[in-house]
Design a protein around this ligand. Structure first.
Ligand SMILES: C[S@@+](CC[C@H](N)C(=O)[O-])C[C@H]1O[C@@H](n2cnc3c(N)ncnc32)[C@H](O)[C@@H]1O
Length: 344
């Protein structure tokens, strides 16, 4: 499908829980609905929101993470602003007036002194950009650069213990930044509809009417840790230069205080889904979920049935074989099934 193929060009961010691999499936499902507007309130990497925009819908994307908001603001809400070559040069130029917060706070933890200086100077240079969307492109490029420059793309450890010599780990943050800015520039297009992005908890978003709501919260599982702030605290801090977050100075990683979400606790996850499905009545819900999580498949159907007349479950690993998933067919050991619930 053309839209899914185009959405594959969206910058790869290595974001935990990204549904990039499932874009063809989601495109297939959405194309059979008569939807004109869509909400993606757990937008994460924003690749699904971007796909929905490619499919011609009026898209609203939101996330409680600030850097995720910038990714969506740069690519989904943005229909015409890009960074020009001269702006890219200005952004990456030395700036003697730059603060030294990154150099002072994170010396020796994640990046070289030169890389830290680059981030301080980049932040100072951002003030010359006009337009919030351009600013979001620059911040998206900076955060992607930080993820690519880091082994495993996370900030849960300090130093370089997972450095396997890959080229990405040897390139400077400046080089990664320039490459990423070009990728985000190329993702910008106008689908002729109003598209917007919010930095917001899903329960604080306005209860507007949408034809489609795509629901992909963090999966609650007793077996593994899916905590976003712990992995991504550095880039979450970077997008406000740590002004909108609180650093925990006693931690080795200098991580920030995390914002809680009811989707990550057994005691609150059921009520959270119930409140969410009650909020956008009349919408078709597409819910991404997985078999090793709670609520279970049957519990999820029961919660959706409180608000929707019909609930179909697409068992992705059985229904679709594509990409890296094909090799798993027939292998039942440790198999996790991914579901799409489609509820109207
Ligand atoms: C599984 S990820 C979404 C992945 C996304 N669909 C993609 O393809 O990249 C879950 C996202 O939900 C966000 N999130 C968790 N709780 C939230 C809440 N209460 N309100 C808004 N966003 C929330 C997280 O910050 C994270 O970005």
């Amino acid at each position: 499908m053309a839209a899914a193929a185009a959405a594959r060009h969206y910058p790869e961010t290595r974001f935990m829980g990204s549904k990039r691999r499932l874009l063809p499936v989601i495109a297939d499902v959405v194309s059979h609905l008569r939807a004109e507007s869509a909400l993606d309130p757990f937008t994460g990497s924003a690749c699904v929101a971007y796909l929905l925009k490619r499919l011609g819908l009026s898209v609203t994307a939101g996330d409680m993470l600030a850097f995720s908001y910038h990714w969506a603001n740069a690519s989904v809400a943005n229909s015409n602003e890009t960074l020009s070559p001269s702006e890219l040069i200005a952004l990456t130029s030395p700036n003697p007036r730059a603060d030294d917060f990154v150099r002072r706070t994170f010396a020796g933890l994640y990046f070289s002194d030169d890389d830290n200086l680059f981030l301080d100077e980049l932040w100072a240079n951002l003030t010359m950009l006009e337009g919030q969307r351009k600013r979001s492109i620059a911040l998206s490029a900076a955060t992607r650069a930080c993820l690519k420059r880091r082994a495993r793309g996370v900030f849960t450890y300090t130093g370089h213990r997972y450095d396997d010599g890959r080229r990405d780990l040897r390139r400077s943050l400046r080089d990664h930044f320039v490459e990423a800015a070009e990728m985000w520039n190329q993702a910008v297009f106008d689908n002729g509809r109003v598209c917007q992005a919010f930095h917001s908890d899903v329960f604080d978003l306005a209860p507007d009417q949408y034809d489609l709501v795509y629901v992909d919260p963090p999966y609650f599982t007793p077996h593994s840790d899916n905590e976003y702030t712990r992995r991504y605290h550095f880039i979450e801090g970077l997008v406000s230069y740590w002004r909108d977050v609180e650093i925990q100075p006693h931690t080795k990683t200098k991580k920030i205080v995390r914002r809680d979400t009811p989707f990550q606790h057994r005691a609150t996850v059921y009520d959270a889904f119930d409140r969410l499905f009650g909020k956008y009545r009349g919408a078709t819900y597409i819910v991404s979920y997985s078999s090793n999580c709670l609520p279970t498949r049957d519990e999820m159907i029961a919660i959706l049935r409180r608000y929707c007349r019909s609930v179909d479950v697409i068992d992705i690993s059985h229904t679709y074989t594509f990409g890296t998933h094909a090799h798993k067919v027939g292998n039942t050991r440790n198999r996790v099934t991914e579901y799409l619930f489609v509820a109207k």
